[in-house]
Design a protein around this ligand. Structure first.
Ligand code: ADP
Ligand code: MG
Length: 531
């Protein structure tokens, strides 16, 4: 038979089929790009099982107007330059292939605006060619819309499979806010608070999240493992609930998953499996991602050491007895296993805590009669606001601009169901039109929360009827609370600690995470060998 070099379009299609294997892969590639762009919020919208439309918006760095068309060329990337860079990857993408492949399988539209530019650029790409370019308004960041994904082998994706893709990214990136809309319905949302337990609560429910055991952090050399694992009896019949990420990349590498499963097996009854979320961090040159066009397999060079560390972390997490009673601090003296230094959550004391200051812009330090308290500023504040909201303390705050809520009929019914309670909590609502509400006042505790965020929290809480009001208060408290990473003035530290200056104050945040650890005087003496 005569040999023939395939025409360009055919070769493009062949390559594209390896990268874009279906709607899930579209979502995955676009979310990777958004994360690589440093996004703190990513919205994903799916219509027609992903074949009709996938839209991904981010608030990342955007693309310079001069480079927008380049992004759609094969092997064109801003992420690596040399062969050597391939061994030092800190990004999820590097092949410069995804957008080019998408453009040969679908109609792609991109609107992007980098910081420092007043407007964005919209481009329309069809059959790999840029068909038009216009200035277009867009906040800083990028939106990519993929329409009419078409290939004979591709079929519509189910809601669950897309949700699974987004879930894996959300669990690997707790600081990023994710939202997934399926045929117009919000089916997944995380707050981006940075708290892994909070993300698990948002994705799997607060009850399961609150019973999960901390796994690690445990490290050996440059390799670190950290996460959460459910304790028996909380378990799944599904063995696929083990989410492992390597340097922020969700992976399904069989050796990693099997190791976790095998280490957990003896703690669970037959046929039951843990829910586990595990972050592995290691220097990029020890990880090879360039194994398949879809990049979801990785090879880890010190494979045996990493698997051993993972096994040890799982066993230790599950061996710990009652939930949230004992957290281990990193080994100070290098003994193995390390003696326990800190424990949590401690009971609050009778004698006033003496605020000492802030550590790493994240933890509050305070001295009590029993020792040193290390307090998570976000959780402490969050729980205090939640309690105050529940106790219906404090005044209302009129909003400068009332918020308009546009609701579905069944959601409107949920709001109408509890008018007195909402008023008592400090919200003033007015109904107008069909299923529209005007929010004029909110509790003053929510002063710092922008209108749009309030609206999002309400929409999120109304996704499901059961427990919606509690979910709303929790998510509002989370958004009003100081974030981790914010430097606080001494008076702010003292104010956050005030509600905890009494025994019996809460020890867990509303998502179920411990608020504080204590290092007792005796533990310090023991660790320092003071007898
Ligand atoms: P890769 O991610 O492997 O570099 P892609 O085809 O996915 O390849 O993207 C090509 C380039 O387009 C990226 O290297 C990046 O510079 C730019 N890009 C794509 N998506 C985004 C986005 N959401 N925000 C900013 N830049 C983007
Ligand atoms: Mg990419």
């Amino acid at each position: 038979m005569a040999l023939l070099t395939l025409p360009w379009e055919v070769s493009q299609r062949l390559v594209a089929g390896e990268v874009i294997t279906g709607p899930q892969a579209v979502v995955k590639e676009l979310v990777e790009n958004a994360l690589d762009a440093g996004a703190s919020a990513i919205q994903i919208e799916i219509w027609g099982g992903g074949l009709e439309m996938v839209r991904v918006s981010d608030d990342g760095c955007g693309i310079h107007p001069a480079e927008v068309e380049l992004a759609f060329r094969h092997f064109t990337t801003s992420k690596i330059r040399t062969l050597d860079d391939l061994h030092h990857l800190s990004t999820l993408g590097f092949r410069g292939e995804a957008l080019a492949c998408l453009a040969s399988l679908a109609q792609v539209e991109m609107v992007t605006r980098p910081r420092g530019h007043l407007a964005g650029v919209r481009v329309q790409v069809e059959e790999g060619r840029v068909m038009g370019r216009w200035p277009a308004p867009h906040p800083v960041g990028t939106t990519v819309v993929v329409r009419r994904l078409c290939s004979p082998t591709m079929s519509q994706a189910g809601e669950a499979s897309i949700r699974e893709v987004v879930r894996a990214f959300a669990l690997a990136h707790p600081r990023v806010r994710f939202e997934l809309r399926w045929e117009g319905r919000r089916v997944l949302a995380t707050s981006g608070s940075g708290d892994l337990r909070g993300v698990v609560a948002e994705l799997f429910g607060p009850t399961l999240a609150s019973t999960m055991a901390p796994l690690g952090p445990l490290s050996q050399g440059d390799v670190e493992v950290e996460g959460l694992i459910s304790r028996p009896p909380a378990s799944h019949t599904d063995r696929h609930r083990i989410y492992v990420s390597v340097n922020g990349r969700p992976v399904r590498t069989p050796s990693l998953l099997e190791t976790v499963e095998a280490a957990a097996r003896s703690f669970f009854p037959k046929g039951r499996f843990p829910l586990a979320v595990i972050h592995l961090r290691l220097p990029p040159w020890l990880v090879d991602v360039n194994l398949s066009p879809t990049k979801d397999e990785v090879r880890i060079l010190p494979q045996q050491e990493v698997l051993e560390l993972l096994r040890e972390a799982v066993r230790r997490a599950l061996r710990e007895t009652p939930p949230t009673e004992a957290l281990e601090a990193a080994p100070l003296l290098g003994s193995w296993p390390p003696p326990r230094l800190a424990e949590g959550p401690p009971q609050w004391e009778e004698t006033p805590l003496r605020p000492l200051g802030q550590l790493m812009d994240t933890f509050l330090l305070a001295e009590g009669a029993q020792g040193l308290y290390i307090i998570d500023q976000h959780r402490a504040h969050e729980r205090a606001i939640y309690e105050a909201l529940l106790a219906r303390q404090g005044q209302r705050r009129p909003l400068k601009e009332p918020i308009v809520l546009e609701l579905k009929p069944h959601q409107a019914a949920m709001l109408r169901g509890v008018p007195a309670l909402l008023a008592e909590l400090g919200f003033s609502l007015e109904e107008f039109g069909r299923h529209h509400f005007l929010v004029r006042e909110v509790p003053h505790l929510l002063e710092s929360v922008p209108g749009q965020t309030l609206e999002e929290a309400v929409q999120e809480a109304l996704v499901e009827e059961e427990g919606w009001l509690e979910r709303l208060l929790i998510s509002l408290a989370c958004r009003a609370a100081v974030r981790r990473g914010r430097r606080l003035r001494p008076e702010e530290v003292a104010a956050i600690l005030t509600p905890y200056q009494r025994p019996g104050a809460p020890t867990l945040c509303p998502h179920g995470g411990p608020i504080a650890l204590i290092i007792r005087r005796e533990a310090l003496a023991r660790q320092l060998g003071l007898g």
